[in-house]
Unconditional design. Sequence first.
Length: 330
Amino acid sequence: CPMRDTLTRDITAAVQALPDVSAVHVEMGVMTDEQRKGLREMLRGGQAEREIPFNRPDSLTKIYAVASGKGGVGKSSVTVNLAVLMAASGLKVGIIDADVYGHSIPAMLGVGDERPTQVEDMIMPVPVMDLKAISIGMLKPRRDQVVAWRGPMLDRALVQMLSDVYWGDLDVLLLDLPPGTGDIAISLGQHLPNAEVLVVTTPQQAAAEVAERAGTMASMMHQRVVGIVENMSYLQHPDRPGERITLFGSGGADRVAATLTERLGYDVPVLAHVPLDERLRIGSDVGRPIVLSDPESVASRELARVAQTLSGRSRGLAGMQLGLSPAGRT
């Protein structure tokens, strides 16, 4: 069992906390087929197989898809740090690495070699940093195996991570999307129409132009764009406090926000300007997000603003069909 050590540690700690307990010895066995079937039925809670629980009328989970127009803008780093911040605030958070070809979430969370536990056809997400995570990278037989799938396979992979994974009761689900407007973005709109989209760009005008397309794509799938994050916004001058070096230009996020506000007909705000910070890159490489290693850094504070904004948004049934009928009708 991949979680043997975790279970042993948690059970030991819980029992040792009881009065008059001097020693704890944990032994594990293998479930019978009947026990596994019972556990699967309990986890599914009576829901149909292949049902996406986040689409149920009684689901209160807020879903945010983190998108970008092009790769290399730091979308995955933003996703991981937001997830960790939300979990640290006490929310129940799940994260799906939907960037099937370029999955990097496991390594950024420090669980690149972890494999999820599977009960029959139910998959247990990997617990890490008080959140739950799943990625195609965790499901491959080998870490270096290349994923070369076409549209239908990509769609099935996304559905599997949504319906076959036991998420439990989440407050927030974050999805790290692949860059661009391809198959996964289309599938997301079909399978999670209630998701909202956070667009990540850099200040560079070329990046901003394609980021606008990502936002427009979300609107075409009837998903709301909740805001823009400008990553690599500037570099703080090492010798002149307060002076910023704009290595990638400036105004990218403002351009995207203005264009989408006009195009979509509602306010699309810029939520943060995250500066270039070597610690952000190092944290992603070693599996220790900057919001944990350097919570007082400017980058961490900007990301915390985004997490607070998203966490504070209403979590309710507004706009959802409740399945009610007028009195007297059946």
